[in-house]
Design a protein around this ligand. Structure first.
Ligand SMILES: Nc1ncnc2c1ncn2[C@@H]1O[C@H](COP(=O)(O)OP(=O)(O)OP(=O)(O)O)[C@@H](O)[C@H]1O
Length: 379
């Protein structure tokens, strides 16, 4: 277990955290999940189908009552050994896979219904958005008079999110909100989810089994497996943890945080500073100094002992140090590489063949040039 994971009875400061522990049977399935994470930003609950992600959300919403349960949000205890706040009193906004809008009501009436149900427990910790804010945030102004039947899947989900936000929640629970959408609708809704991330003051728990969604949206991750939490912590550190299954996925990738530092209009290439090193990425626009999240697939990273400047078409060739070498399947290896120094260190993963590993005689601590074939901006 990595990340913060506190036992059932803890007494430290909980004013800025979400703390959850749910244990008990659900038919033949056993849930035994616990995590404590900052109550801010987007936390992805990630794991294979049937591992218990929805069960955790339902426990938080008070819809499943486990034999042993504890939940607190920013110091407010919703359940413990002696208390159980019923579902209708929990200030959660719940967004399901399929938007469950009332078909006989217009979009506007659906939103008003959300508002009527609002029952803030502690008004200072709720989303506190009025209808105009929500309509603007989600771009649903032009849809207000329409019937839900006349909306696209992405539009319906935006209205469902709006309705959930108008109930003044202290936490937004989203259960695979894009699973039922086609690629086009997903791309349409993602910028709105990013806006929620940037503008909402309340934490969002986001269930997904699509790692690309998680890489784009999440700040933190709860990695689940067979009813248990394998790890909980910052997204980047979980993705690049050699002890977790994430680095062994076929499309394993590193997510790096950087800052936009220059834009070259002539070639359309922007410079993103990552751990003190420039990365050159096409098509990135925005204000200088803006935080940028980059994704680099492990199989797009090659390694070399020497890389003289200007001898390759590859734009990104940062110096790196080998941290860990891990076998991957029968013929490949994952190489975990450190970029940057001290507090500004980030991890890059390279996936290379065992043949190259031996040809280069790579060892922990070696200093190398990484050659990165492709870098994409995910946020
Ligand atoms: N009411 C129930 N009674 C008995 N078993 C249940 C009940 N609800 C869920 N389960 C079982 O609990 C397990 C976890 O289900 P859950 O829906 O939480 O998983 P999940 O990770 O969200 O899956 P998916 O990604 O497919 O939605 C599954 O094996 C499921 O069959």
């Amino acid at each position: 277990m990595t990340g913060t994971h506190l036992p059932y009875n803890f007494h430290n400061d909980q004013s800025d955290v979400i703390s959850a522990r749910f244990k008990g049977p659900q038919g033949s399935f056993k849930l035994d999940a616990a995590f404590t994470l900052p109550a801010a930003g987007i936390t992805a609950l990630f794991g294979p189908s049937g591992c218990g992600k929805t069960s955790v959300l339902r426990c938080i919403a008070g819809l499943n009552a486990m034999k042993e349960g504890f939940f607190s949000l920013k110091g407010g205890i919703w359940q413990d050994q002696s208390r159980f706040l019923p579902a209708h009193k929990r200030p959660v906004g719940y967004v399901f896979q399929e938007a469950s809008l009332f078909p006989h009501l217009s979009v506007k009436q659906n939103l008003v219904y959300g508002q009527k149900r609002s029952q803030p427990l502690s008004p200072s910790d709720t989303a506190r958005l009025d209808q105009d804010d929500v309509i603007e945030l989600l771009g649903i102004g032009p849809l207000l008079q329409r019937s839900p039947n006349k909306l696209s899947g992405g539009e319906r989900q935006r209205v469902a999110i709006g309705r959930a936000l108008l109930s003044c929640p202290s936490i937004l629970l989203m259960d695979e909100p894009m699973a039922a959408l086609d690629r086009f609708s997903k791309n349409e809704i993602l910028p709105y989810l990013e806006r929620l991330h940037d503008e909402l003051k309340i934490p969002i728990l986001y269930v997904s089994h699509d790692i690309s969604e998680v890489e784009r949206l999440a700040d933190q991750m709860v990695l689940m497996q067979q009813g248990t939490v394998k790890a909980a912590g910052p997204l980047q550190s979980l993705l690049s943890n050699p002890d977790l299954s994430l680095a062994r996925m076929p499309d394993a990738a590193s997510v790096l945080g950087g800052t936009l530092s220059a834009m070259d209009d002539a070639f359309g290439i922007s410079t993103i500073m990552v751990s003190g090193r420039p990365f050159y990425v096409p098509g990135v626009k925005g204000p200088i100094g803006h935080p940028i999240r980059l994704r680099i697939e492990a199989s797009d990273v090659a390694l070399s002992r020497h890389m003289p400047e200007g001898s390759s078409s590859i734009l990104n060739t940062p110096s790196v140090t080998i941290e860990t070498i891990q076998p991957f399947g029968d013929h490949m290896a994952n190489i975990f590489l450190t970029l940057g120094e001290d507090l500004d260190r980030q991890t890059l993963i390279a996936r290379i063949s065992n043949k190259s590993l031996h040809a280069l005689d790579l060892r922990t601590g070696d200093r190398l040039q990484a050659m990165i074939k492709s870098v994409s901006m995910v946020r």
